[in-house]
Design a protein around this ligand. Structure first.
Ligand SMILES: C[S@@+](CC[C@H](N)C(=O)[O-])C[C@H]1O[C@@H](n2cnc3c(N)ncnc32)[C@H](O)[C@@H]1O
Length: 662
């Protein structure tokens, strides 16, 4: 696990200690007769309950009354193994796992203690459906500080505020609100127990659909208060397990001075639609539907608008600020409130998590806010690169098989024996292509198909497909380029990348288009790129990307160019050979990092640009700047694409449970 929020103090427990501890809990669930498909949730609950009890003994939660706790020795073992882990982080991460039969895939944690051939293995669905990606602390602090700004000079007002987080998770926004109020109202270094109790009891309200999260929120708040004795009633009564969109809010009032938080994100339709229970979905739509694109975060925004008396401070996907589908929602906000702040944080905020780029929004019920929804300022260096770069022009194209109105008859499943394989060829689709990697086609194309009356489709001559050695995924938020070694034909969910005719190697374009710089340039230029539903990479947008060809008479540029070719060659090869074995993830990451550095060098970019690019695209390796310099030095020294050892992969292996699966 990559334990980003380890508590200060004790030396972190080892991965195997944690794995072993989880395996013992798993064995206990088997003894309890828990079915395999319920094991992971039972393990998650048992772990969280044991940790809550060891850290905040005596806090009673009605939600947990029916749960059978693990035996004391296992609880102690968990306490030791996870002593340096935040409970909330762990609870979220466990949502990413499932118990299944051992298959010797990478990242599995064996559960031999169960006496069954089971493993804990990565899965994504549960976590995504709940939108359980908690907000990093710096963003929480900053948003709370700015949201509370109007009351900074009004201590009496500050102590009377009512604050609601309608999807409070482990309570981090509420804890931070409490901390900032205490800090402002207490004399330095003198905690005031009465004040602390009163703030918890009267000011703070939270809802979450996940009972475990609510219990964590209570424990976190009580721990932050650092008080002895019985906790105030409000801790139990005002932090409740409920549906933030459908249920009544806790407390006596139905309006709050401040509604703050990071609601769950997700769309109701489109490719990435949430897998919601149909009945629940209908209830959400009845309650909050009908103003454009239907999303969970949009509905939370609407409810927050109704509940907020004074200020709204939310983390939202960036797309809310500019996509047409949210136009009515934006109007609903600005009809009732004025925008005080819309800050674009890009996608790096939730490091390594599958979370869309986000903005923070602060709106208040006044007319004083002068912020606008979309920030359009482009950094100076981007304008510079744009003015120096050339277009890809005809090096990208859209010749893919266009199935017209015959898709079902023209493209059939591989195991469909009705069609003679002599007349069929494999055809690649977008989903088979990844950075530097291509899976075998899942479907075949009937070359013998004759269009009937009214039918149309386009298959170009084989040579057209052959000319495209690499393809670019069209169904993606930014360019993703992969090889095309498993078949020649591809559908128009893929775009073609052709060999340059100016003497440069196509590997250079592959490395460039897959690099973080080009991804940054693409996503800052194409606003729809962060739309959750059906984003598409269009030929026109690719052609608008500024391509800079290296000056091969310059030693440094040549070194960087050759290192890119070497890196791309190595990545392609590693992906091909690793198809049947454990993929060397760290090596992939290191090579990509190397390519990123070389691209920055060829584009002649300085520190400002580097900071912009590396902070707003996800840092895949998490290397510090010293490491980066080392990586680039090694990169420029490694000119031979067939060189087996790059010898530079000494980044620490990720700690399993906290790293993203898959
Ligand atoms: C993105 S997390 C945000 C948590 C917290 N606000 C934070 O930023 O740290 C979303 C939270 O929403 C909760 N959630 C999902 N659907 C919900 C619903 N319908 N009502 C209330 N909470 C919900 C999840 O359990 C999760 O804790």
């Amino acid at each position: 696990m990559n334990l980003t929020r380890a508590a200060a103090g004790p030396v972190p427990a080892s991965v195997s200690q944690r794995d072993g501890s989880l395996a013992r809990v798993a064995a206990w669930t088997v003894e309890q007769g828990v079915a395999v498909d319920e094991m992971v949730e039972t393990i998650r609950r048992a772990v969280v309950v044991a940790l809550l009890e060891s850290r905040s003994p005596g806090l009673h939660h009605p939600e947990l009354a029916d749960l059978t706790p693990v035996p004391a020795d296992i609880a102690e073992d968990l306490g030791r193994a996870f002593r340096d882990v935040e409970i909330g982080e762990l609870a979220q991460k466990l949502l990413e796992w499932e118990v299944r039969d051992a298959s010797s895939c990478v990242g599995e944690i064996p559960l031999a203690e169960t006496g069954l051939p089971l493993v804990l293995a990565p899965a994504q669905t549960a976590r995504r459906n709940r939108g359980a990606y908690f907000t990093p602390t710096p963003l929480v602090k900053a948003l709370v500080q700015r949201a509370l700004a109007p009351w900074q000079d009004d201590p009496a007002g500050l102590s009377q505020l009512t604050i609601l987080d309608p999807a409070c998770g482990d309570g981090r926004f509420l804890v931070e609100v409490a901390r900032q109020i205490w800090l402002r109202l207490e004399a330095p270094g003198s905690p005031d127990p009465t004040l602390r109790r009163r703030v918890i009891d009267r000011c703070l309200f939270g809802i979450d659909i996940d009972p475990l999260s609510v219990c964590q929120a209570r424990a976190a708040l009580w721990q932050a208060a650092g008080l002895l004795g019985e906790p105030p009633e409000g801790l139990l009564g005002h932090l409740v397990t409920a549906d933030g969109l459908l249920d009544e809010t806790p407390g006596d009032s139905s309006r709050f001075d401040l509604v703050i938080g990071n609601p769950p994100f997700g769309s109701f339709s489109g490719r990435g639609a949430l897998a919601l229970d149909p009945l629940l979905k209908r209830r959400y739509l009845e309650a909050w539907g009908g103003s454009g694109w239907e999303t969970l975060h949009g509905m939370f925004l609407k409810r927050a608008l109704e509940l907020a008396n004074h200020t709204l401070a939310l983390v939202l996907p960036t797309q809310v600020t500019h996509l047409q589908g949210y136009a009515e929602l934006r109007t609903a906000v600005t009809d009732r409130m004025s925008l005080h702040e819309v800050l674009d944080h890009g996608e790096a905020v939730f490091r390594g998590e599958a979370v869309a780029p986000v903005v923070t929004l602060i709106a208040r019920r006044d007319r004083a806010g002068v912020a606008s929804w979309v920030e359009t300022k482009l950094p100076e260096w981007v304008r510079g690169v744009r003015s120096r770069g050339e277009s890809l022009g005809r090096l990208v194209g859209d010749p893919g098989v266009h199935t017209g109105n015959c898709a079902r008859r023209l493209v059939v499943d591989f195991d469909d024996g009705e069609f003679d394989d002599g007349d069929c060829v494999g055809v690649l689709e977008g989903r088979q292509v990844h950075r530097y990697r291509c899976q075998p086609p899942a479907r075949k194309l009937r070359l013998d198909y004759d269009a009937g009356e009214g039918e149309y489709f386009t298959i170009r001559p084989l040579d057209t497909y052959r000319r495209a050695r690499f393809v670019i995924r069209q169904t993606a938020r930014f360019p993703i380029v992969g090889p095309k070694h498993t078949t020649e034909y591809f559908r128009n969910s893929l775009l073609a990348l052709f060999e340059p005719d100016n003497g440069y190697d196509i590997f250079y374009l592959v490395g460039l288009l897959n690099s973080r710089l080009l991804r940054y340039l693409y996503t800052t230029a194409v606003r729809e790129s962060d739309q959750a539903s059906f984003p598409q990479v269009k030929v026109g947008s690719l052609r608008d990307l500024p391509i800079i060809w290296p000056d091969l008479d310059d030693d440094q540029q040549r070194g960087a160019y050759e290192a890119i070719l070497a890196g791309v060659g190595r990545l392609l090869e590693l992906h091909r050979v690793s198809e049947d074995s454990s993929p060397p993830f760290q090596q992939f990451l290191q090579l990509e990092e190397q390519i990123d550095e070389c691209v920055m060098l060829i584009y002649g970019l300085g520190q400002t640009a580097r900071d912009d690019v590396f902070s707003s695209t996800r840092d895949r390796l998490g290397l510090g700047s010293g490491d980066r310099e080392r990586v680039i030095r090694q990169a420029v020294k490694a000119p031979n694409p067939s060189d087996e050892s790059d010898g530079s992969c000494d980044a620490p292996a990720p700690d399993r449970l906290m790293s993203r699966p898959g």
